[in-house]
Ligand binder design. Structure first.
Ligand code: ATP
Length: 235
């Protein structure tokens, strides 16, 4: 079995007096796409924020590559190779595609190298290079956000609601690229509220309902049959 790059063990966390996660366990391995599903407010985003050091646990452990990093800051998490692409795309809408990419030169890569990487993976971005990011389609903005994230050479990629507001065909294409990124050795954790597209390409799935993992297993038929009950149970 490939060793895990990201592990959450018995995580409890919340906001002030509200507990959002009641003992969450989750493992993501190199080369694997794990889909974290669940209805509104289940705690998916909180789980990802904890994985990225953006939110801190009340108890439990966070491990990167088997090393306990509980309490790590978001900055150190990023240095350790954990890249969070938050919901809402994370691009600068008033800057051009090219300028958005150039901002990533802090990684030590040249502008040319960064453009080359992005345009090779998403050729449409080359056609849009001089366009302001905010005027692109949602799918194109998501491609740009992914391209920016990949310049950091992440070991762990955390994607929050990648499919939000996008047409099914666009989502499918994006997920083909996500699967490709995983094949290159990255551990990918994808959070989604609506399941079908991500389950087509995920290697593993977990379902979070009201802060508890209610399913942890293969993304196949058994889960699809069970999903409606899991979601309805939360209503
Ligand atoms: P969605 O799919 O709607 O984005 P989610 O599964 O990502 O939901 P979270 O955003 O992790 O869920 O929220 C989990 C719980 O924590 C919810 O009850 C939410 O209201 C609460 N919560 C989230 N962020 C905060 C915050 N900043 N302050 C207080 N409560 C919060």
């Amino acid at each position: 079995m490939i060793p895990p790059l990201l592990e959450l063990r018995d995580i409890r966390a919340g906001y002030g007096g509200i507990t959002a996660l009641h003992g969450v366990d989750l493992t993501v391995r190199a080369g694997q796409v794990v889909a974290l599903l669940g209805p509104n407010g289940a705690g998916k985003t909180t789980t990802q924020k904890i994985a990225a050091g953006v939110h801190q646990v009340d108890s439990g452990e966070v491990l990167y590559g088997g090393r306990d990093v509980t309490g790590i800051s978001s900055r150190d998490a990023a240095r350790a190779g954990v890249c969070l692409i938050p919901e809402g795309r994370g691009v600068f809408p008033n800057l051009t595609v090219r300028e958005n990419l150039w901002m990533m030169t802090f990684t030590g890569r040249s502008r040319e190298e960064i453009e080359e990487m992005a345009f090779a993976r998403f050729p449409i971005l080359e056609q849009r290079a001089s366009q302001t990011a905010g005027t692109m389609s949602g799918g194109e903005q998501q491609m740009l956000a992914l391209s920016r994230g990949l310049t950091t050479d992440p070991a762990v990629l955390l994607l929050d609601e990648l499919s939000m507001g996008l047409a099914p065909l666009v989502v499918e294409r994006l997920y083909e690229q996500v699967a490709q990124i995983a094949r290159e050795g990255v551990a990918v954790l994808v959070v989604e509220q609506f399941a079908s597209a991500v389950l087509d390409m995920a290697d593993h799935a977990a379902v979070l309902v009201r802060g508890r993992i209610e399913y942890d297993g293969p993304p196949g038929r058994e889960l699809r049959n069970e999903l409606a009950n899991l979601y309805l149970g939360s209503a």
